[in-house]
Design a protein around this ligand. Structure first.
Ligand code: AMP
Ligand code: MG
Length: 353
């Protein structure tokens, strides 16, 4: 009898493994290098042939590359050309490919109380964060920084009318690094949706959006821990996502150098022209991936001081901030969904917001 039960159990376990294997087989996964990061496409489309899936992947890849080209500060793309014109003049026609995201970015800049502004391209360049291959090993020369701060560096101080952008002085340089990845992830997912795919995730280095679900369950993702303890997983919190949700995180661990014991990172406060000091990371869940991206950056720069005001201003249901001391601040909606994967210290008001 015992033997029989043992045998049945083994069969059952094999059955579960086989079933799991089948489920895993339904999952199609490919990685693409684009937008300066590894983009993972995961989708479920068991009825598609390998050739059809390969064609789809290359369509997504082309779309991502179009975004990369269009929104690069360097090179010959549309934004780089617009910046070249702004160097010498105050007015520039905005090409149709740039207009919708420029409008959205300008609105966020105007509503985000000085925390998000893609006008700070020159400052990003002076700090050396525009070149992911070569970071500085010391802050820029004070005199160079002072000159850059005097140049126009705010999209909020421009007007956008009849497809023309007008700055107050020449020298403005736009950098969409804090919002373009969101738009690109959304566009990649649109390619999949238009091809009739119903269940997919596009994950660009931890910033992602999903549609549908994963094997009959919601997609589950994890947000990176900004200061993972030694020998522990690098994950802070797990979240299950609903159809259409995007999750974007800004962190001071993405691009930085250390000098005399201080970390200098790529998230600049447009008001000071220096790296923001109020946070280690920030996460936003939103149905609009470009907004999720831009607002994660805004929350980071705003820190604890502006967290509540920004959450209210943009009616954010799901947002989290890890402050400079490593304490977690989060909206009630985020707290309800959070599955903490590390020991975290909550700010006293974390669930009262
Ligand atoms: P993200 O990783 O989405 O937070 O975007 C960071 C990138 O956006 C940086 O590498 C800069 O190119 C740019 N950036 C930095 N600070 C800001 C800011 N306060 N507002 C808008 N863009 C920024
Ligand atoms: Mg961002």
């Amino acid at each position: 009898m015992k033997r029989w039960i043992g045998g049945a159990l083994i069969l059952l376990m094999i059955g579960v493994l086989v079933l799991r294997g089948r489920e895993a087989d339904d999952r199609f996964e490919r990685q693409i290098y684009s937008m300066g990061t590894l983009v993972t496409l995961t989708l479920r489309a068991p009825d598609r042939s390998p050739e059809a899936l390969a064609a789809l992947v290359s369509e997504v890849e082309s779309e991502l590359n179009r975004y990369q080209q269009r929104w690069s500060v360097r090179g010959s793309g549309a934004l780089a050309q617009l910046n070249a014109t702004l160097e010498e003049s105050t007015t520039v026609p905005v090409p149709a490919t740039l207009l919708p995201l420029l409008r959205k970015a300008k609105t966020v800049a105007e509503d985000s109380a000085g925390t998000f502004d893609p006008g700070l391209g020159r400052l990003v360049q002076v700090w050396g964060f525009d070149d992911a291959e070569h970071f500085r090993d010391a802050p820029p020369d004070r005199a160079v920084l002072t000159v850059a701060k005097r140049l126009p560096h705010r999209l909020t101080e421009t007007t956008l009318q009849d497809g023309r952008l007008q700055a107050e002085k020449p020298g403005l340089m736009l950098d969409f690094g804090a919002i373009a990845k969101g738009a690109a992830v959304g566009a990649a997912l649109d390619v999949l949706k238009q091809a009739g795919i119903e269940h997919a995730m596009v994950n660009a280095g931890g910033d992602l959006q999903v549609i549908g679900h994963a094997e009959g369950r919601p997609w589950r993702i994890a947000v990176r821990h900004p200061r993972p303890p030694a020998d522990a997983p690098r994950l802070l919190v797990g979240i299950e996502l609903q159809d259409g949700e995007a999750v974007f995180t800004s962190g001071d661990y993405e691009r930085y150098f250390e000098f005399e014991g201080r970390r200098y990172h790529h998230l600049l406060d447009p008001r000071s022209g220096e790296p923001a000091t109020g946070a280690q990371s920030s996460t936003v869940i939103h149905d609009d991936p470009a907004l999720a991206d831009a607002l994660a950056t805004a929350l980071f720069v705003g820190g604890v001081e502006q967290f509540d005001a920004l959450v209210d201003q943009f009616a954010l249901e799901f947002a989290m901030l890890v402050d400079a001391e490593g304490r977690v601040h989060a909206t009630a909606g985020f707290m309800d969904r959070a599955d903490w994967l590390a020991d975290v210290e909550f700010a006293p008001d974390a669930d009262a917001q």
